[in-house]
Write a protein that binds this ligand. Sequence first.
Ligand code: CAA
Length: 384
Amino acid sequence: MNFQLTDEHLTIKKAAHDFAVNSCLPGVIERDEKQVFPREQVIQLAELGFMGMMVKPEWGGSGMDTISYVLALEEISKIDASTSVCMSVNNSLVCWGLEAYGTEAQKQKYLVPLAQGMKDGELYIGAFLLSEPEAGSDATSQRTVVEDKGSHYLLNGTKNWITNGGTASVYLVMAQTDASKGSKGITTFIVEKSWPGVQVGAKENKLGIRGSDTHSISFTDVEVPKENRIGDEGFGFTFAMKTLAGGRIGIASQALGIASGAYELSARYATQRKAFGKEIFQHQAIQFKLADMATRIEAARLLCFHAAWEKDHGLDYTTSSSMAKVFASEAAMWTTTEAVQIHGGYGYVKEYHVERLMRDAKITQIYEGTSEIQRIVIARGVLR
Ligand code: CAA
């Protein structure tokens, strides 16, 4: 066992840290308030090679390992979780699925520009369309349908809470090809936003990650070419579950970053703020909070690294990624709430950042599988 980061890992961590401080921090409060998508920041992520970090260079990616991905997401999420979720979804839910299961032609046409995050000088990212108004946790209950019309498929239905929904050029859409077969009747298709019949709904007005671009997407008689099906008919649910296992490492890392951002702000504040004649870090009540925060963050980080290590070594990471996500997201919610408490009245106003981190933390317990769903996955894994 080796807990030492390599020189390459340290370089990536520093690049992500510098990007977060120099590019994300300026304007982060305003983007949150006005729900502004961090377009400039995402373009810079593309230039850094962070939109397809783990994709092989032959497919436009940076060929990095998953540990690097965890490190980069933690650093960016310390400051701006709206930017980091855009990066996480493009890397884990879109590029990974295409690289693992796409055809050569699909990879050439879609994966290369998605991994580069740019096409013809414009931002080019993807989104993952599984959730529906009545299919969130119960993901097999898909109502979106696809009919085989011989020369093409015809897609109809509505997807909800889609991260990158308005900005993405490419959607990976899960839909029923045969409702009688339950989870075995779901298939995944690559759909372009620009096609006739694709409609982007209003942007959701959210509690947190308010800069991220969340929409419903509707499909009305959208013609999907046969060559845009990923895998065989009926492979869509397995595709979604396999893809989400990696996605959960991304969201766990995002939660880890939110927690460590809140911890760093709190530790700094505790050395500056005085009460009862001394800096508040000298009071045991504050020391114990900081000690518990640091301990939970370290445990979350190790769970993220472990899941990433299993993925990089070709092992099954379904259980470890769910463990990382449930633990890190709960650590993020707890740590950010304590961070607001340490900051007192200042914590409740926007300028001190911790109230935003607290609002941002909540979604990590919900998307890419709620904490309850993670516990189902973990129980199945450990009780097998
Ligand atoms: N890998 C491969 N196959 C899997 C699998 C996995 N990880 N998990 C399940 N399967 C297979 C099962 O083996 C089963 O196959 P058999 O019928 O041959 O046995 C089939 O898929 C159906 O599985 P289940 O019977 O376990 O299905 P279920 O209805 O009980 O649901 C669940 C399982 C784990 C609860 C699943 O529905 C789930 O993960 N739900 C949460 C969905 C989710 O995470 N949504 C997030 C939306 S995406 C998002 O948030 C993106 C964003 O924009 C940020």
